[in-house]
Design a protein. Structure first.
Length: 202
């Protein structure tokens, strides 16, 4: 990175330009990461609100409020970025007029310095969002133990089919009967009756 020896008046202008440029870059980074919070459905500390979640409606409302808080932050950051860009533009024109052709070299040096600073910021924010995702993402408990539903405390021995049916629980509903089940039942009954041995004639 190129180093410069500047007069006090020159250094002030350059530092003001660099500070504005850095603020714009940080503002863009904040917008980017707030959008990542929304995409990954995680909540940063600044947006967390303490609301009693006593019902599904309360939980739903709390989640909507958290999402709205992040969206409002993004809107605010866009407005801030727009104001900073206007100031930066005026400062850029002023510095370019003051430095002439040398401004390109100075500008490149500033960009390189800001780039190194922003790489550290993005790395820190990436670590932060990954930690939030790990902490806030629901992880189902896979260490649950399942026990058989039926304990046979009698002397009766059940077949495998009977045990399978009993293990389905008290709320198990038998398969739905067909629409024509009464007609079929009548035909089956009639067929069964015809197969019976007729009673002896006295």
């Amino acid at each position: 990175m190129t180093s410069f020896k500047l007069l006090a008046s020159q250094a002030q202008n350059i530092n003001q330009y660099k500070n504005l440029r850095t603020k714009v870059a940080k503002c863009c980074a904040n917008i980017y990461f707030n959008k990542l919070y929304l995409y990954n459905k995680v909540v940063p500390k600044y947006a967390q609100l303490k609301i009693p979640k006593t019902s599904p409606a309360s939980r739903s409302t709390a989640q909507k409020m958290l999402t709205m808080r992040i969206k409002e932050e993004i809107k605010f950051l866009h407005k801030k970025k727009e104001q900073l860009n206007r100031k930066l533009y005026r400062r850029h024109l002023q510095a370019a007029q003051e430095w002439g052709k040398a401004w390109y070299t100075v500008h490149e040096s500033i960009q390189e310095s800001i780039k190194l600073e922003m790489e550290k910021k993005y790395k820190a924010m990436d670590d932060k969002i990954n930690k939030l995702i790990q902490n806030q993402t629901y992880k189902p408990n896979t260490s649950m133990n399942f026990y058989p539903r039926v304990f046979n405390k009698t002397n009766i021995t059940f077949s495998d089919d009977e045990l399978e049916l009993l293990n389905k629980g008290l709320k198990y509903n038998l398969s739905k009967k067909r629409k024509q089940w009464i007609s079929n039942l009548a035909l089956e009954a009639e067929t069964a009756v015809t197969l019976l041995t007729p009673p002896p004639v006295n």
